[in-house]
Design a protein around this ligand. Structure first.
Ligand code: TYD
Ligand code: MG
Length: 485
């Protein structure tokens, strides 16, 4: 048998190399290779178990199956993101930046479930029991029968969990602080995180308890320790927020038991996280409808319509290469939209800096936002204020055509609910859909959008011009009268 060799494992992506390298060849991270003994991890077990395998029966897709029963956490926004509650025996990884509120959300969920009569265990590897208690007291949850411990050894945790009644939910806060004897690497390394996660996943699968693991996110948005855990768990949920603001958005990144396009919206208050059941009202709060460069987008987040303001600023550049900056939207999508506006809308943007922002800290992935973004851009360029009571949605094709998008009726209904009276939408997207009380303008091509907005700008300019003329006429008259006197 070949002599066991030391491996070097990248701590950022988990790639394995035979020799030490200053830079990981897979993810190009510098100084991320750490030495690890080959006796740990899955590879070693596979080598040991090599030989004759057991023959098992293969089955078809049809046949008996049971819809996985769900355990509700009692927090509606959390249950929406998990796809209708936790599935027994499943493992969920919840990622987010430090201080975003992961521990707060989970202790709140634990307390709700424990109060509903289920056994819930909360293991903190970061905070002492007293600290967790203090927070629970402050949140008014001290009375609920959650079982607490501050532990980091996976073997001890699994042994403890196996005594007594099977818990419905186990929270591990966080996976990066866990360590196991099964791996020889030092705590916090990829191997430790991976092996600890494996042990906890095995525990969940064999007992049917649901395990939630907290994972910290690095500066560039990866769950540290990172992709190596993501593929092993059943669901990955990320908790995002905007440092300065109180909103927090819970988003499913991967879910084996439900959709991944649902979001849960929370607000961080003095009494912990409270659910926001009407996010549109929140995202539109404090809107200045009278400024050019703002358009309201009627979007969908999963099954729920969400209205959000898209803000654009187009200004002459002082640099050789104009700047393009985006917050909350895809930069590639903005480049595409600008190209379409130039090619088919007749705009000249080569000498302009372009900034685009999605208000409220929301991130939009939907192509349906194209039309609203385009309207905001044209409005900012021309200085024409868009009507404050209109919403926009529609996908812009490279040909300049506005393509229909799904859920037209639902988008309009939400807009009507929030007091909007008009909508600009692609021609075909309302076929077979209820239009509701809104007056809908069908927009078929980007050129007609540009023409509409430009017409508003000219009429505004006319008004301004007329006012100026009237004023000067009045002034002349006054002057004439003075001269006469
Ligand atoms: P925490 O849940 O500890 O974050 P994480 O586990 O993701 O690191 O949240 C800490 C932040 O939340 C902290 O900055 C204070 C704030 N917070 C409130 O504003 N109100 C509260 O009731 C609680 C418990 C925390
Ligand atoms: Mg925490």
């Amino acid at each position: 048998m070949a002599k066991a060799r030391t491996n070097y494992v990248c701590q950022s992506c988990g790639a394995v190399a035979q020799r030490w390298q200053g830079r990981c060849e897979a993810c190009e991270a510098w100084n991320s290779m750490a030495e690890e003994a080959p006796s740990s991890g899955i590879a070693a077990r596979a080598v040991r178990g090599a030989g004759k395998g057991r023959v098992f029966a293969l089955e078809g897709l049809h046949g008996a199956h049971r819809e996985a029963p769900r355990i509700l956490s009692g927090i509606g926004e959390l249950d929406r993101v998990t796809g209708g509650g936790f599935v027994p025996g499943s493992v969920i990884l919840i990622g987010g930046e430090p201080g975003i509120g992961k521990s707060t959300l989970l202790i709140q969920a634990c307390a709700r479930m424990a109060s509903a009569g289920r056994r819930v265990v909360y293991i903190s590897g970061e905070e002492a029991v007293a600290q967790v208690r203090m927070r629970a007291t402050r949140l008014g949850l001290a009375e609920s029968p959650v079982e607490l411990a501050a532990e980091t050894s996976v073997e001890d945790i699994v042994a403890t969990l196996q005594t007594g009644e099977r818990p419905a939910l186990v929270v591990i806060d966080s996976i990066q602080t866990m360590w196991t004897d099964a791996a020889e690497a030092s705590p916090g390394t990829v191997t430790q995180v991976r092996t600890s996660a494996q042990a906890l996943i095995r525990y969940a699968k064999t007992t049917g308890a649901c395990v939630i693991m907290v994972g910290h996110v690095t500066k560039d948005g990866q769950i540290a320790g990172p992709r190596v855990v993501e593929h092993m768990v059943d669901a990955v949920v990320s908790f995002e927020g905007d440092g300065g603001r109180q909103f927090r958005i819970l988003r499913a990144v991967k879910n084996r038991f439900g959709p991944t396009d649902e979001i849960g919206v929370f607000e961080m208050t003095g009494a912990g996280l409270s659910e926001v059941t009407n996010p549109s009202a929140l995202f539109l709060a404090g809107r200045d409808g009278a400024a050019p460069g703002a358009a309201v987008f009627a979007g969908m987040e999963g099954t729920r319509p969400v209205l959000v303001e898209i803000q654009a600023l187009v200004a002459p550049t002082s640099l050789g290469t104009p700047r393009r900056a985006v917050v909350g939207w895809d930069p590639a999508r903005l480049s595409m939209l600008l190209a379409v506006l130039e090619a088919h809308g007749g705009l000249k943007l080569g000498q302009h800096d372009v900034y685009l922002n999605v208000a409220g800290g929301l991130r939009i992935d939907e192509p349906a936002a194209d039309l609203a973004a385009a309207a905001a851009l044209v409005s900012s360029l021309t200085g024409a204020v868009l009507p404050g009571d209109s919403v926009f949605f529609g996908e812009v094709a490279l040909s300049g055509a506005i393509r229909p998008v799904s859920h037209g009726g639902q988008r309009l209904k939400e807009a009507a609910k929030l007091g909007f009276v008009a909508a600009v939408a692609p021609a075909g997207s309302l076929e077979g859909q209820e239009k509701g009380p809104l007056s809908v303008t069908a927009c078929g091509h980007i050129a007609s959008l540009v023409a509409d907005v430009a017409a508003r700008a000219t009429s505004r300019a006319h008004t301004r011009e007329r006012t100026r003329e009237e004023t000067s006429q009045r002034d002349d008259a006054t002057r004439g009268r003075r001269r006469e006197n």
